[in-house]
Design a binder for this molecule. Structure first.
Ligand code: UDP
Length: 762
């Protein structure tokens, strides 16, 4: 639904633009900051024009360095090219460019105060570079996205503020890193226009809001809406007496295109809404009123820091006379209508994608005092292997800290990476290993017997990967899988698979088309989802009254016992014990009625759950597991703390082994590049200097490179041709299978090494 709102918005923009947009037919448009809030709308609008309006599609070239924009939000298609580029660094761009929309910037106060130098660079140097490109390529029009902040804290005599107002800005204040480069950016635009006749216009947006903003960007509109939707108090900074005007994004984007495609050049235009200047405390009341079914309260707090509060701008309200008269711009969406859409989008986004970013609270019980078990530092995404082309780019790293909640005993990451960054193109294919082929065949058989499934029964698998489990059932089956590549494999194999996350829309379609399910399975996926409350709700809606939910998750007791810390990576946001799962499901009106131990992924549990009041009695296994966990201390922080300490020893031992091998002139090759190898290698600090390459059986991973430590991945032939001294088994959970399948290498003199928990030659 969140995406439908944006899609409707985009259609609206295109309708408002009317025939003006035809000028873009067969043109090349360069969009800087295409992954940002405004940039994404611009790109989506151009893509929509290509599909529905233009005689000949335009070519869209996006430049973004992804410093604040999210990578997963951009859809590349045959007309859209995404280039990762910091535009403040020297670069060239091939081919013709007809239009430039220079929207790259770091606009949210909390973000630009985090990246002040980058903000200055992009506004100043980046703008100069773009003007130079406009000059070299002889563009037809360029638009520079400046800001209403060039007015600083305006003198009340100049409210509403016309373009002619010079501003009241401090060049050394806390907002200067944003304001001043925008001001010099404007100066550069006017200079290039006057000196070289560059057809550039400047727009000064005033408080634009709408779907697609980052939930954590810290600005007023999004903070209010997110707080209200989460049932938290709306944080009004200071006395809430500052005023703003609020412009819904569709109006602004329409205006940007209108200015770009006008016959005006060398002009500056305010853009925003002049509907009503309202105090922030009043905006908070409006948001509270619009968020339904929530008991929302508002409270006054000091801003995020003293400097921010001191520099806060008292009033912002544009005089839109110029853009209305010269360009014909009209803002259409009033505050109530815009906020209603914005809230609907944010609500959906929070439910389905979010719970991303930093989490101070326990995701099950909201306990605010989480305790640190182990910090693996800043780590790259474990499954996002690099291609050759990625090597000269800066890699994204995210905090990787395991926390413990003393109230419900769940171990969890307190930073959740947005799922679209991780799962939209997934290289892990379940069928790669015999172990999993056997495992899922046996699972299907045992569920069929236990729950007496027949051809009329329906099994739904969440995160169905390439359909391996479902292929083994003789029932009706439906898979749900967000990775398009895997969906295609499954469909080719005849497994009906819905592309997407297991959300309300997909559940409704399944129930409508197939009826309710006897069994819903989620193997190695439940621990990957931030908002498990939502999943539980959707599972309940999918199941028949006596249906069963069966999950397999890695077992934290095994992680602790076997010291398999490399199972801790961004995809796994929860580390479950039966104690914590029982607590969680009882909060969701469901009950755990049986638990089994399974060997996959270095030790997992298969947990059987039914709706509360279900007919199945609780199996003795539930109590047994819980008692065993208590004996092992899974309900005490000290147990986890001791685990953290042991992991540090492992690192030291392995580093010593590698160092010694290198001193002796021995060569080391890795075997297996699963996600856990990325975590482990980055934590150990063992890089391409130490390990020549990693052999991998999954051909999709060949010639890719492990992120962070940058070790290339190759096929087995390389090792057979030139056998190394040591083969380090990074996919340790398949150690037996790997050793068995590679007898030949052993005969060639290769020694197989298991790196943890102790360095062992096997
Ligand atoms: N604000 C607030 N609560 C928040 C965030 C912002 O009361 O959680 C206030 C902020 O102090 C400012 C106004 O809302 O007076 C608008 O702030 P925003 O960051 O949205 O944009 P600005 O117009 O200041 O660039």
């Amino acid at each position: 639904m969140a995406d439908n709102i944006i899609q409707e918005d985009v259609k609206r923009i295109v309708d408002l633009l009317g025939t003006t947009s035809r000028q873009l037919s067969d043109q090349t448009i360069l969009v800087t900051g295409g992954a940002g809030f405004l940039g994404k709308y611009i790109v989506r609008t151009l893509q929509y024009l290509n599909k529905h309006v233009l005689d000949k599609p335009c070519k869209i070239v996006i430049l973004d360095n992804f410093i604040t924009g999210l990578r997963g939000v951009l859809e590349e298609d045959e007309t859209t090219q995404v280039l990762e580029q910091d535009i403040s660094k020297p670069f060239t761009i091939d081919g013709d460019i007809d239009y430039i929309m220079h929207a790259a910037s770091i606009a949210a106060p909390l973000m630009y105060s985090k990246f002040p130098i980058e903000t200055i660079d992009v506004g100043f140097v980046g703008t100069k570079n773009m003007l130079q490109i406009a000059r070299d390529k002889k563009v037809k029009s360029m638009l520079f996205f400046s800001t209403s902040e060039v007015y600083g804290n305006p003198d009340p005599k100049f409210i509403p503020t016309p373009e002619t107002y010079f501003g009241n800005v401090s060049c050394i204040g806390p907002r200067a890193a944003y304001d001043e480069p925008k001001r010099i950016g404007e100066t550069l635009c006017m200079t290039y226009h006057d000196q070289f006749n560059i057809p550039v216009n400047i727009v000064r947006p005033f408080n634009i809001y709408g779907p697609g903003m980052r939930l954590d960007d810290g600005r007023g509109a999004i903070n209010f809406v997110v707080a209200a939707l989460k049932g938290e108090k709306i944080p009004v900074y200071g006395d809430g007496g500052n005023t703003r005007t609020w412009c819904y994004v569709t109006d602004a984007i329409t205006g940007f295109f209108q200015v770009l495609l006008s016959n005006q050049h060398g002009e500056v235009f305010n853009i925003g809404s002049d509907e009503q200047e309202i105090e922030m405390k009043h905006l908070a009341e409006i948001v509270a009123g619009l968020v339904q079914h929530k008991d929302v309260t508002i409270h006054n707090v000091v801003g995020p820091n003293e400097a921010y509060s001191k520099a806060d701008v008292s009033r912002r309200c544009p005089d839109l006379t110029k853009i209305r008269t010269v360009i014909g711009y009209v803002p259409h969406i009033n505050l109530i209508k815009g906020m209603t859409r914005f809230i609907a989008w944010a609500d959906d986004t929070l439910k389905h994608q979010a719970t991303t970013g930093n989490h101070e609270k326990c995701r099950i019980c909201n306990n605010e005092n989480l305790q640190l078990v182990l910090s693996l530092g800043e780590s790259p995404l474990a499954n996002n292997l690099l291609a050759q082309d990625d090597l000269d780019k800066k890699e994204d790293v995210f905090p990787l800290d395991m926390m413990y909640c003393a109230t419900c005993h769940l171990c969890q990451l307190n930073y959740v990476v947005p799922p679209e960054e991780m799962f939209n193109n997934y290289l892990y294919v379940t069928s790669t290993t015999q172990t999993f082929r056997d495992h899922f065949a046996a699972m299907a058989q045992s569920l069929t017997e236990e729950f007496k499934l027949d051809e009329q029964s329906l099994v739904v698998d969440i995160g169905s990967n390439d359909g391996l489990l479902l292929k083994n059932f003789n029932t009706k089956v439906v898979g749900v899988e967000p990775a398009e590549n895997l969906c295609e494999i499954a469909r080719k194999d005849g497994v009906e698979t819905f592309l997407g996350y297991f959300d309300e829309n997909i559940v409704n379609s399944i129930v409508q088309l197939k009826g309710r399910a006897d069994v819903v399975t989620a193997n190695n996926v439940f621990a990957h989802i931030g908002n498990i409350q939502e999943v539980a709700k959707n599972v309940k809606n999918t199941l028949k009254p006596d249906g069963v939910f069966v999950i397999e998750v890695q077992y934290v007791l095994d992680t602790l016992k076997d010291l398999t810390f490399d199972n801790i990576y961004h995809e796994h946001v929860s580390y479950f014990s039966v104690i914590s799962l029982k607590d969680f499901f009882s909060r969701q009106d469901m009950s755990v009625f049986k638990v089994q131990h399974v060997d996959t992924h270095g030790g997992s549990i298969r947990v059987f759950i039914q709706k509360a009041g279900g007919t199945r009695p609780e199996d003795a296994s539930v109590k047994e597991f819980i008692e065993n966990e208590k004996v092992a201390g899974l309900d005490r922080f000290e147990t986890y703390q001791a685990f953290g300490q042991k992991i540090k020893n492992i690192k030291e031992n392995l580093r010593n082994f590698v160092q010694k091998a290198k001193q002796e002139g021995k060569s080391i090759v890795g075997y297996g590049a699963p996600a856990k190898a990325t975590t482990a290698l980055n934590f150990y600090g063992i890089t391409g200097e130490d390990i020549d390459y990693i052999v991998e059986d999954n051909p999709l991973k060949h010639d890719k490179i492990v992120p962070g430590v940058r070790i290339p991945i190759k096929s087995k032939e390389m090792a057979t041709q030139t056998p190394p001294d040591y083969m380090m088994i990074l996919a340790w959970n398949f150690a037996d299978e790997i050793v068995k399948n590679n007898e030949q290498l052993r005969q060639q003199g290769v020694q197989f090494v298991v790196p943890s928990p102790e360095v062992k030659i096997v």
